[in-house]
Design a protein around this ligand. Sequence first.
Ligand code: B12
Ligand code: SF4
Length: 549
Amino acid sequence: MRVFLIHIRDPQFYALPASSRGKNGRIRIMGFPPIGIMSLSAVLKRAGHECVMFDQANPETPNGVIIDEIRRQQPDLVGLSFLSTTSYPYAKILARQIRAAAVHVRLAFGGVFATLNAELVKVQCPEVDFICRGDGEQLILDLLERLDDPFEVAGVTWAKDGVLVHNPNRALDRNLDQWPFPDREGLPLDFVESMPLDVPAVLSMDRFTTMQTSRGCPWPCVFCDIPIFNDGKWRSRSPQHVVDEFKQLQAQEYGSVYFVDDHFLLQPKRIEAICNGIDDAGVTVKWGCEGRVDSTAQHLFPTMAKAHCRTVMFGIESGSQKILDRLKKEQTLAQVETAVTKAKQAGIEIVHGFFVVGNPDETVEDMRATFAFAAELRLDTFGFNRLCVYRGTPLWQEYVRRGLVDDATDWYKYFKCSEIDPTCLSGSIINTERTAGLRRLFRYKLTHYPLQTFRLIRRFMRHMPLRDVCYLIVKPFLGSKTGPTPNETISRAVEHRSIKDAAADLTKLPDVQFGAVSGADKAIKIVSEPAVSQRAGRGNSRVFDDSGA
Ligand code: B12
Ligand code: SF4
């Protein structure tokens, strides 16, 4: 069968580098590759299906081109893949454009946001036939066999005769080694990482890609939906399987790879085996990963550095123990210090700290403590984002209980906590404190760690255009406004992008809303109700804030 897979993008998270074609003729995109659809494409092709991928970052395949191809090639299934709340409006618009152009094509949504909001998404987007929940590899194969009768396909939310059907969850796939490596060559694009990513993943201008060696995380952080997406479990690929993928990357001339694992540092034996395998195979691809500061694998930082691990990123979140506890982070400030110090001592070139400000119950003193703490740590790079709340997280549930969000009407929005939670500092205080904190932090770094700072800036200059380096340095000081900035509003996509005109009418198509819940199978009667999409289309969704350093 023929399947089209489309990766939906939030334009904030990619850009075309100044010279947009590499020596190999492929268009170069600064951003992360769409590893979700690349994984599914490899699975489909191995099973004998035909698969064509599109990435909204590709300037040569705007929505109009994708739609023309759908009309021309009549795929059996078109899958739209998107990660988060902020890309949902773009997915919705494209789905409506496709439906308007190709009345009979089967449409599917997948990804974290769609998984966690499946029934609501299905009701709001009746033009999408299947909302696919959780891992997609086996699911998409099963779905292709039963497009007309998906009752038996676990993990699919769909509708029969106007009644919503939420098939049972799919059992978690523990045998990740059974799947082929992602189809990285199937798109005519080369990815490089650098700006506009707030986070310098590996910091190079080499051919860049991502890899997933494990899935999930069992910790209870209140702002995170990963434990829910993965049923609180952590699953991993075998070291040999990971090393074999590294060998393939080396053969395909990738220079750097970033692990999109939620917690790579979980299992010491596995990490050691991967590092030894990389060394033994003579692989020189640089890599980076994320993990918790309480990892028991810290004695392996030297081994990782030797195996070309260049970047380790920690979710530090706060310099106030009170706030760490409020966020249920289950880590101590002492653990943070130990992890960062050990990583630097081991020779990891870039140690990055993710921080959040604007937390519930956070005071000005807590914020100042966070910047002071960040200054003293031997971090190379850091980001201070304002905490946002997403449906599916424990914090969202708390806000529902406290009457701060309405699950029925707010589910597709996301909010800076400070905009809705009276226990947070106000937006203007947070921004003022953040700017002042960053100034102090930079001054401290320059005076106390001049060599480290100089080396870092030199490294940035080597790998990034001067314009981007300057932007990276001044960006934290630019965000003094309160409330969602124009760049941060989802409506920007609907109101200001080139797809505006084509999409405007389509976003006014009637949505549907919950009617009656009928029976134990959670089937829900769908009734037409025009208000929802127009609300969404008008862009009253609040959005996010993300100023990194
Ligand atoms: C890498 C990453 C990024 C990258 C983007 C990469 C890219 N290509 O666009 C960057 C750094 C840019 C980024 C940015 C953001 N991210 Co992010 N990101 C991730 C991360 C760590 C990994 C995603 C990934 O590559 N997974 C690996 C692939 C293989 O999995 P997958 O895409 O889910 O696909 C599988 C299934 O979902 C399914 N599937 C997917 N699509 C489809 C389609 C069909 C038809 C089918 C059948 C199946 C299917 O099959 C695939 C294989 O099993 C996730 C955490 C996570 N574990 O998912 C957070 C995550 C998705 N991000 C999140 C957030 C909040 C953001 C930001 C909004 C952050 C911010 N405040 O700015 C932005 C917005 C990005 C956007 N809208 O595009 C949240 C989403 C929460 C939510 N409910 O919305 C997550 C879950 C992190 C978290 N802990 O909360 N992110
Ligand atoms: S440790 Fe990280 S991935 Fe795990 S629940 Fe907390 S924030 Fe999410």
